[in-house]
Design a protein around this ligand. Sequence first.
Ligand SMILES: Nc1ncnc2c1ncn2[C@@H]1O[C@H](COP(=O)(O)OP(=O)(O)OP(=O)(O)O)[C@@H](O)[C@H]1O
Length: 333
Amino acid sequence: MLSVKNLSISFDTDEGRITPVRDVSFFVPQGKTLGIVGESGSGKSVSTKALMRLLPGNAKLSPESEILYRTKTGHELAIHSLKPSSRELGRLRGGEIGMIFQEPMASFSPVYSVGNQMMEAIRLHRGVGKGEARAIALDMLNRVGISNAAHRIDQYSHEMSGGMRQRAMIALALSAGPALLIADEPTTALDVTIQAQVLELMRELQQDLGMSMIFITHDLGVIAQIADEVAVMYLGTIVERGATRDVLRAPKHPYTQGLLKAIPSINTLQQRLNPVPGDIPSPSERPSGCPFHTRCPDAIAGVCDRKPPREIAVSQTSAVRCWLHDQDARNAA
Ligand SMILES: Nc1ncnc2c1ncn2[C@@H]1O[C@H](COP(=O)(O)OP(=O)(O)OP(=O)(O)O)[C@@H](O)[C@H]1O
């Protein structure tokens, strides 16, 4: 349904040109969830904003970048070459592709109640009458865990608490019945119980609606709950990808292994967590060779710092970009 190939994004800044996303390729199959995971600054948000052409004016896609999307009605759209003001993009943003962000205020209009905005979306996209739209909106608010939904439905977003607004935003995005939902850390601000409920709900609705999803997070624990496929990003590059089950069971890249160690579990509560040591460099100070070599516990001097590794398949469903797993290329070098 969505295929991204060789996506590179540069920004012209006062300090010169930076390229925080380099040669990223991924694929979201119909009705499935792709999780994109990585630390802050790895380029997750910038990559997904490019899908809706929502990048600011100082951003440029490289000429090789390709973003292809198949609409509900079977039209193939080359999003990378659409004009930002085109009718096709307007249609995609208006319902076909939904987006939810960490910051919910931006999703709501201050002059209509939450319920009104949901009902508007439901009527427009599902072709039902006012009464039925209200019933669906109410059900949706209940399902995202909003207590006293019959009262809250007539409130304005500014009358809600932060956590409640977050849940209302998810309900609003789902009201339009999008074919693809891009969710950028939508549950980060919620407490763990509500987070689990909301993830469960999104999974359920995804199955009911046959919706595809891109779920961005810095938390592999969340990926385990929601994603069928996972792409692990580091400094603008996908370093490992594959079926979530396989990648989490047997991570190949030292960065993925580090992220996995950073998930608290009941067994490690007494121990210190082992997050990946050091900080992610800025895109303007991208290390040579493998971008992760400066923090990698297994880096091979003279190899990992020289040339970027190529992507190699490690199973039918997964691939990794790491010199440790590319003996052939190491021998040839
Ligand atoms: N408008 C901009 N101008 C210049 N550089 C930008 C701009 N927006 C993003 N960047 C660069 O892109 C890099 C990646 O940002 P991005 O927001 O995609 O990371 P992220 O992985 O989504 O992080 P987070 O989890 O904090 O949202 C940033 O480090 C920044 O250098």
